[in-house]
Design a protein around this ligand. Structure first.
Ligand code: GCB
Length: 620
C-alpha cells in the first residue's frame, strides 16, 4: 500500500492516517538502471513512543511539541540557540544497510517499533526531462520517506518494492534522505501480529536513487504464452509521452514492435522461434531481452517455459514433473542473521537445496522473498512457489486488509512475472475455513488469474482426518476438506502427524490420503531437532534421530497419497522465531531445519537427499 505526498511533513500522525492512495511506477529491474545505490552507512535513532510522528504531548506542532521534521539540528540551533531538539540524526549511531536493525546493537535485538534512518548522498544534476525516484526493495513494516525535508510518501508491507518520485526535490550536490520505519504489526495488517518467524524490522533490501527519461518502461512482461506457441510482451510506459509511443522488444532473435495504446501499454507478440530452448531445472536457459521506448532502454534475462495442470499431473513444458522441494524463510546462514539477502547468501541457500538435497523446487515461505533470490532461482534452475503473508489469523472480514492483500499480491506478481522459475502463486498459508476467509481468498485467486495466466495458483491448506479400519487395522485417513480447493490449480496441504499429534511414528507411515481430482503437494511437514543432539535409544523429540525417523515415516506415508505430485518439507534451515523458547532445544529458534543456523547438516538431511536422488534417478 503506497501513498504519495507533495507537501511538507509534520502533519501526519500516525503513519498512514491520511492522504489518498495513488499507484506509482513499479520500476522493475531498477538495479539495471542508471542511478545510485544508497546501501551503506546510515544514521539511526529509535523512537519508541513515536514522538517524531505524534509530537511530544500529542499537541499541535511547534516548540516543545516538535515532530520529526528532518531539520539540520546544527543549522537551526546556530540560528536560534534556544531551539529545543530531543534528537539529532547527524550525531546518532550508524549502521550498514540493508539489514534489519536487530543486529545494529545488542540493545536493538528485540526492539519493535519506530526507527528513523538518515543518510546524505551527492547527486549529479538531472538533465532536462529526466526523472528521479527513490526505490525501496523492501522496508518492514511501514515506511515514511522524506527527501530534503519534504515527505514524499508512505508504504505498508514488508516484502514488496515501492518507489516515490523525487524529480522536483532532488538537488545537484548534497541531498538528505530520511526514512521512518515502523515494525509494529497490526491486527488488520499482513502478516498479522502472531506468526512463527522473527519480524526483522528495518530496511532489509536495497534502496536506490533511480534516474529515468521523462517517459520510461515501467514494466515489460515478457513470456511464452500458455499454449507455448507465442512470445508475448506487455510493455507499460510511464510518462507524459506514453500514449502512442513506439515500443520494441528484442529477444531470441525476434524483434517485436508496436505502439502503446491510450493507457500507455503496448501488447506485442510473435510466434516463438522453433529453435527456442525451454527453461527447465537442469537446463535453465535465459535469453537477453532489450526493451526500447523513446529514450529509454530496459534489459532483462528471461526464460521461456509452460506450466499447466492436466489429468492430475503438473506439466512443465508438456511433461509431468514431480516437485522435489524444500521450504525456505528469508534468513541468511549464520549465528546472528539480519535478513540480509545478498546474491552470495541466496546462492548459498538455494545451492544447498539444489545440490545438497537434489531438489528441483523451493517454496519461498511465507511472503515474497527478495528480488535477488528469484533471479538466482532463474539462473540455478529451481522451480519456485511464491507466497504473500496471508497467514493464520488475518482479519478476513476487514475490507482494508483485503485491499492490502490484493495490493501485495499485485505488486509481487508485477515484480516477478518475468521469472520463469516461479510456477506457483500461493495466496495463503494455513487459514481457518470460514465464510469471510473463503471470499477473501477467492478474490485473491481471481486476481492471480487476471494478472498472470501463465502460472498456477495454490494455497497451503489443512487436512481433515478420521480413524478408519484399513488393511493394516485401525489407521488414520486424511483428506482436504476446504471449499477453496475448487478455485485452485494445485492443492497443497501442511501435515505434521507425529510431531504436533500423538501419532506413533510407525502409525504415520500408514496414514492414507484420499485421492483428489487435482495434483496435491505436501507443502509442509517437519519436526524440530537440535543439531548435534543424538538420542538413538529414547528417540526423544528434538533429537536428530527423531527427526530422521519422522522423515522416513512421513516419506513412507507419501506413498499412500495417490494424487501427490510434490513435497516441500518444513524447512531447509533453522530460523529465528520468538515463540520458540525451550531453553535447551530452541533458544529462540524454530529447529525444524534440515541444517543448523550455520549450515551443519542434520541426520534427516540425508534421508531427504537420498529420497530425492532416488526420484531423480527414476526421472521424476
Ligand atoms: C506451520 C506453519 C509454519 C510454522 C510451522 C511450525 O504449519 O506454516 O509457518 O513455522 O508450522 O514449525 O510449526
Amino acid at each position: 500500500m503506497r501513498r504519495i505526498f507533495g507537501w511538507a511533513l509534520a502533519v501526519v500522525a500516525p503513519f498512514l492516517a491520511t492522504s489518498a492512495a495513488m499507484a506509482g511506477p513499479i520500476l522493475n529491474r531498477a538495479d539495471l538502471r542508471p542511478g545510485q545505490d544508497l546501501s551503506g552507512t546510515w544514521n539511526y535513532s529509535v523512537d519508541p513512543y513515536r514522538d517524531g510522528v505524534t509530537g511530544f504531548h500529542r499537541g499541535p506542532p511547534g516548540a516543545g511539541h516538535r515532530r520529526y521534521d528532518d531539520s539540520d539540528v546544527d543549522q537551526v540551533t546556530r540560528a536560534d540557540p534556544k531551539a529545543l531538539y530531543e534528537y539529532d540524526m547527524k550525531r546518532s549511531p550508524t549502521a550498514t544497510l540493508p539489514a534489519s536493525w536487530l543486529t545494529h546493537a545488542p540493545e536493538m535485538r528485540h526492539y519493535q517499533g519506530l526507527v528513523w534512518y538518515q543518510r546524505r548522498f551527492d547527486s549529479v544534476a538531472l538533465k532536462p526531462g529526466q526523472r528521479a525516484f527513490l526505490r525501496f526493495e523492501a522496508a518492514n513494516y511501514t515506511a515514511k520517506v522524506f527527501l530534503n525535508g519534504q515527505a514524499v510518501g508512505e508504504h505498508e508491507g514488508g516484502f514488496t518494492p515501492f518507489s516515490f518520485e523525487v524529480t522536483s526535490l532532488l538537488r545537484a550536490g548534497e541531498n538528505q534522505v530520511t526514512v521512518g520505519v515502523d515494525s509494529t504489526p497490526s491486527v488488520d495488517g499482513a502478516p498479522p501480529p502472531v506468526t512463527d518467524w522473527e519480524t526483522y524490522g528495518g530496511i532489509t533490501r536495497p534502496v536506490r536513487l533511480v534516474i529515468t527519461p521523462a517517459t520510461f518502461v515501467d514494466e515489460a512482461w515478457v513470456r511464452l504464452t500458455r499454449d507455448g506457441r507465442t512470445i508475448a510482451a506487455d510493455v507499460k510506459l510511464d510518462g507524459a509521452a506514453a500514449a502512442g509511443a513506439a515500443v520494441s522488444v528484442k529477444v531470441a532473435g525476434l524483434t517485436l514492435s508496436g505502439q502503446a495504446g491510450a493507457d500507455g501499454v503496448a501488447k506485442l507478440s510473435a510466434l516463438a522461434p522453433k529453435s527456442l530452448k525451454r527453461w527447465a531445472p537442469g537446463a535453465p536457459t535465459l535469453y537477453d531481452v532489450r526493451v526500447e521506448a523513446g529514450d529509454d532502454v530496459l534489459s532483462d534475462r528471461v526464460g521461456f517455459r509452460t506450466i499447466e495442470v492436466r489429468g492430475g499431473e503438473i506439466l512443465l513444458n508438456g511433461k509431468p514433473v514431480f516437485l522435489r522441494g524444500i521450504c525456505l524463510h528469508e534468513e541468511e546462514l549464520g549465528e546472528n542473521p539480519a535478513r540480509t539477502i545478498t546474491e552470495a547468501n541466496a546462492r548459498a541457500l538455494l545451492g544447498e537445496a539444489r545440490d545438497g538435497l537434489n531438489a528441483n523446487f523451493v517454496r519461498l515461505a511465507h511472503y515474497p522473498h527478495s528480488e535477488v533470490t528469484t533471479r538466482v532461482a532463474d539462473e540455478m534452475g529451481l522451480l519456485v512457489w511464491s507466497e504473500i503473508p496471508i497467514y493464520w489469523l488475518v482479519a478476513f472480514d476487514n475490507p482494508r486488509t483485503l485491499k492490502l492483500a490484493r495490493e501485495m499480491l499485485a505488486d509481487s506478481i508485477h515484480r516477478d512475472r518475468n521469472r520463469a522459475s516461479i510456477v506457483l502463486w500461493s495466496v495463503a498459508n494455513e487459514t481457518p475455513v470460514g465464510e469471510a476467509r473463503n471470499t477473501f481468498l477467492g478474490t485473491l485467486t481471481d486476481d492471480v488469474r487476471a494478472l498472470d495466466d501463465t502460472r498456477l495458483v495454490t494455497a497451503a491448506l489443512l487436512a481433515a482426518r478420521k480413524t478408519v479400519d484399513g488393511p493394516n487395522g485401525r489407521q488414520a485417513e486424511q483428506w482436504i476438506d476446504d471449499p477453496l480447493a475448487a478455485k485452485l490449480d494445485v492443492l497443497a496441504v501442511n501435515t505434521y502427524a507425529g510431531w504436533y499429534s500423538d501419532d506413533d511414528l510407525d502409525a504415520v507411515a500408514k496414514i492414507a490420503w484420499r485421492p483428489t481430482d487435482k495434483p496435491m503437494v505436501f507443502s509442509e511437514f517437519g519436526a524440530d531437532a537440535l543439531a548435534g543432539f543424538s538420542d538413538p535409544v529414547l528417540m526423544r523429540k528434538f533429537s536428530e534421530d527423531f527427526q530422521a525417523r519422522y522423515y522416513e515415516q512421513t516419506l513412507a506415508m507419501a506413498a499412500n497419497a495417490p494424487s501427490l505430485r510434490g513435497l516441500s518439507p518444513w524447512i531447509l534451515k533453522d530460523f529465528r522465531s520468538p515463540r520458540r523458547q525451550h531453553p535447551v532445544y530452541q533458544q529462540g529458534w524454530n529447529r525444524k531445519g534440515l541444517i543448523s543456523p550455520t549450515g551443519r547438516r542434520k541426520a534427516a538431511f540425508k534421508v531427504l537427499a537420498d529420497y530425492y536422488a532416488k526420484l531423480k534417478g527414476e526421472g521424476r
